[in-house]
Design a protein. Structure first.
Length: 406
C-alpha cells in the first residue's frame, strides 16, 4: 500500500499514482501519434502527396520549433489556470491537425497544419506532464516520472505500428480523420476525470513532503545566469538533434534495408527498448548520480546511432535500434529530473520551458538536417553517422559544466 505523506493523508492509494496512470495514457497517445508517428506521416507525405523528403522533414522540424515556442506560453498558463483546460485545448488542436494532414496538397497547407499540430502537441504532452509529476512527487519523483513517461514508449509500441499499418493499407488521406479522433478520445477522458493541477486540489501534500507543502526554488533569471543551465541546454540541443532526427527517419532507414513487413515490426523495437530502459532507469536513479547517468546515456545514444548508420545486416540494425531505444527512454525523462533537482519547484515550469525551447533548436534541426544529408548522399549511412557525432559532442559539452552546489 502506498501512502501520501505530510500534513494531509488519505486512506488507500496515494492519489498522485492515479495522476501518474492518467499521464501514462495521455503520453501514449500524444507520442504514438505525434513524436513517433512523424516517421510514418513523413514517408506517406512523400509517397502520396509528392512532397520531397527535405521539405517534409522541414515541416517536422517546424512542428518541434513551434512546440518549443508555445511551451513558454503554456508554462505561464499552467501556473495560473486548471492544467486540464490547457491539455484539453491542446488535444483538440492536435486532433484537428491530424484530421487535416491527409488532405494537404501545397507547401502552405503542409506547414500550416504542422504549426497547429505543434501547438496542440506541446499543450498535451511532456511539459504539463512533467510539471504535474514535479508537483505531486518529491521522494518518488524519478520513479513516478519513469512510469508516466513509459507511456511515450508504449504509444510507440502499440499506436505507431497500428498507424503504420492503416496508412500503408488505406493511405494517409483515408485514415487521417481516424487518427485525429483517436488522439482526442485517448486524451480527453483521463484528463478531465483523473488529472488534478496539484495535491492541494484534493487536500494532500506531495508524496514525500515533510510538513509544509510549500514549493521552494530559485528565480528564472537566477537559473539562466548560471553556466550549468546553458551547458545542460546546449548538450540537449545536440542530444535531441541526433535523437529526433534518428526517430523521424527510422522508418526510412528500415525501408531502405529491410522488407516492408520487417519494417512494420522493426519500428516497434525502439519504443519497446525504451520502455525497458526507462523503467530500469527509474528504479536506479534514486541510488546513483543523475548527472553521471545522463552522461552514460548520451554515450550509448551516440554508439547506437553509429551502428545504425554502418549496419549491413537486419540483426545488427534491429539490435542497434534497441540500444538507441534504451537511450531514448532515459534521455527524455532526465532534463525534468535534473532541473527540479538543481533549481527547485517554485519556478520549475518556467525554467523547464526555457530550457526546452533552447533544446527545440536541436529537435527542430535534427529531422531536416538528416533529410538534407539523405538527399545529398542518397542513403541513410551518412545521416546516422553524423547524428552519432552530434551525440558524442553532447556528452563532451555536458562534462564541461557543473551544477551549482546549493
Amino acid at each position: 500500500m502506498i501512502w501520501g505523506t505530510g500534513l494531509s493523508k488519505q486512506e488507500g492509494l496515494f492519489y498522485g499514482w492515479k495522476v501518474v496512470g492518467a499521464l501514462f495514457v495521455m503520453l501514449a497517445f500524444s507520442s504514438g501519434l505525434g513524436f513517433y508517428g512523424h516517421s510514418i506521416i513523413l514517408q506517406a507525405l512523400v509517397r502520396e502527396s509528392g512532397f520531397d523528403v527535405e521539405l517534409a522533414s522541414s515541416a517536422v522540424s517546424l512542428f518541434f520549433l513551434v512546440s518549443g515556442l508555445t511551451g513558454l506560453i503554456i508554462a505561464q498558463l499552467i501556473e495560473r489556470i486548471d492544467v486540464r483546460i490547457v491539455i484539453i485545448i491542446g488535444a483538440v488542436l492536435a486532433s484537428t491537425s491530424l484530421w487535416m494532414i491527409g488532405s494537404v496538397s501545397t507547401d502552405v497547407e503542409l506547414f500550416s497544419v504542422y504549426v497547429i499540430f505543434g501547438v496542440g502537441w506541446s499543450a498535451s504532452g511532456l511539459l504539463p506532464a512533467t510539471t504535474l509529476i514535479a508537483r505531486w512527487f518529491q521522494s518518488n519523483r524519478a520513479k513516478a516520472l519513469s512510469i508516466a513517461s513509459t507511456g511515450l514508449s508504449v504509444g510507440g509500441i502499440t499506436i505507431t505500428p497500428l498507424m503504420a499499418f492503416l496508412v500503408d493499407e488505406y493511405s494517409l488521406a483515408a485514415v487521417s480523420p481516424i487518427l485525429g479522433l483517436i488522439y482526442l478520445v485517448g486524451i480527453l477522458p483521463v484528463t478531465w476525470f483523473v488529472l488534478r493541477s496539484s495535491p492541494t486540489d484534493v487536500g494532500l501534500n506531495p508524496d514525500g513532503a515533510n510538513g509544509s507543502a510549500e514549493k521552494s526554488g530559485i528565480l528564472l533569471l537566477d537559473a539562466v545566469r548560471h553556466p550549468f543551465f546553458w551547458g545542460l541546454s546546449i548538450a540537449y540541443v545536440l542530444v535531441m538533434a541526433a535523437q529526433v532526427g534518428g526517430i523521424a527517419h527510422q522508418f526510412g532507414v528500415l525501408i531502405e534495408r529491410v522488407t516492408v513487413t520487417q519494417a512494420t515490426y522493426g519500428i516497434a523495437i525502439l519504443p519497446a527498448a525504451s520502455v525497458v530502459g526507462r523503467l530500469v532507469g527509474g528504479m536506479i536513479l534514486d541510488r546513483i548520480s543523475t548527472l553521471r547517468f545522463a552522461l552514460v546515456m548520451m554515450a550509448l545514444q551516440a554508439t547506437s546511432l553509429f551502428i545504425v548508420g554502418s549496419s549491413t545486416s537486419v540483426v545488427t540494425l534491429f539490435l542497434a535500434l534497441g540500444l538507441f531505444g534504451v537511450s531514448v527512454g532515459n534521455l527524455l525523462m532526465l532534463p525534468p529530473l535534473i532541473i527540479a533537482e538543481v533549481y527547485g519547484l517554485a519556478n520549475y515550469s518556467q525554467i523547464y520551458s526555457w530550457s526546452n525551447l533552447i533544446t527545440m533548436l536541436g529537435v527542430a534541426g535534427g529531422p531536416v538536417l538528416m533529410g538534407i544529408l539523405f538527399s545529398v548522399s542518397g542513403a541513410y549511412h551518412v545521416p546516422y553517422i553524423v547524428a552519432a557525432a552530434l551525440g558524442l559532442s553532447a556528452a563532451i559539452v555536458f562534462m564541461l559544466f557543473k551544477p551549482p552546489r546549493n
